[in-house]
Write a protein that binds this ligand. Structure first.
Ligand code: HEC
Ligand code: HEC
Length: 201
């Protein structure tokens, strides 16, 4: 194993803290709380107005990851004014309920038998956590398969430029060129079965 891969596997191990253990959310309670969320996340191809990119698909995502993302908007680790406003004022328990509802049945590792297309060279480091197929190998690592490419590009650019301050992803995104980001976003967006727009029921 190269030094790089040893270092990477250490990071992967450290990035999986058991402190993240969450109680499973209640999707029925979540359905009642998620009404406003569906105004954006329940409409296929709905766009963030400025800058212009599609709002992320949440159906099939790991609910544990969705809770972590909501905490990041609430704390300001992710700077996005609209999502900060939407995430503020809820408890972690309510997040878990909403996440269980919006995610529906989460795509698990192994759901994709054969990745579509050829992974770009820059994906070499990503696969340790997001898989070759874009399915996160733990519930804390997001699924990327089938996500909107323009949203993936936006997220990676934010990790690179500091709009998102997650320490793990900042390190990996820093090494990516704009062309790498485009290629990675297109590759993971093409994977099937993938994430979908959340449904009202
Ligand atoms: C006005 C439209 C709008 C509404 C309403 C809205 N969102 Fe969002 N949401 C967005 C946008 C845009 C993003 C992407 C923000 C970014 O670039 O980080 C986002 C991102 C997210 C993410 C991160 C997904 C990921 O893959 O990391 C989660 C989770 C989320 N929203 C949940 C919710 C929940 C729960 C509600 C309701 C309480 C909600 N949103 C309401 C537009 C909206
Ligand atoms: C050590 C594990 C690890 C590696 C390696 C890694 N990621 Fe991540 N990735 C994560 C974690 C954890 C998050 C959630 C960060 C957060 O909370 O904002 C994430 C988030 C993301 C997101 C945001 C998804 C969303 O829905 O908003 C994208 C896109 C992403 N990673 C792409 C990549 C790409 C491309 C690579 C390779 C260059 C990569 N990741 C390498 C762990 C990793």
């Amino acid at each position: 194993m190269s030094k790089f891969l040893v270092a990477l596997s250490l990071i992967v191990a450290m990035a999986t803290p058991s402190a993240f253990a969450q109680a499973a959310g209640n999707a029925e309670r979540g359905a009642r709380l998620a009404y406003t969320c569906l105004g954006c996340h329940g409409i296929p191809n709905y766009k963030n107005s400025y800058p212009n990119y599609r709002v992320p698909k949440l159906r099939g995502q790991h609910p544990e990851y969705l809770v972590i993302a909501l905490q990041a908007y609430r704390s300001g680790e992710r700077s996005h004014a609209t999502m900060h406003a939407n995430a503020a004022g809820w408890t972690d328990e309510q997040y878990a309920d909403i996440a269980a509802f919006l995610a529906g049945p989460a795509l698990q590792p192994g759901a994709i038998s054969k990745p579509v297309g050829k992974a770009p060279a820059a994906a070499q480091t990503c696969v340790a956590c997001h898989g070759n197929d874009g399915l996160g190998i733990t519930p804390q690592y997001p699924n990327l398969a089938g996500q909107h490419a323009d949203y993936l590009e936006r997220a990676l650019t934010d990790y690179k430029k500091g709009g998102r301050k997650n320490a793990i992803m900042a390190g990996f995104a820093a090494q990516l060129s704009a062309a790498d980001i485009k290629a990675l976003a297109a590759y993971y967006a093409a994977q099937k079965p993938g994430l979908e727009t959340s449904r009202r029921k």
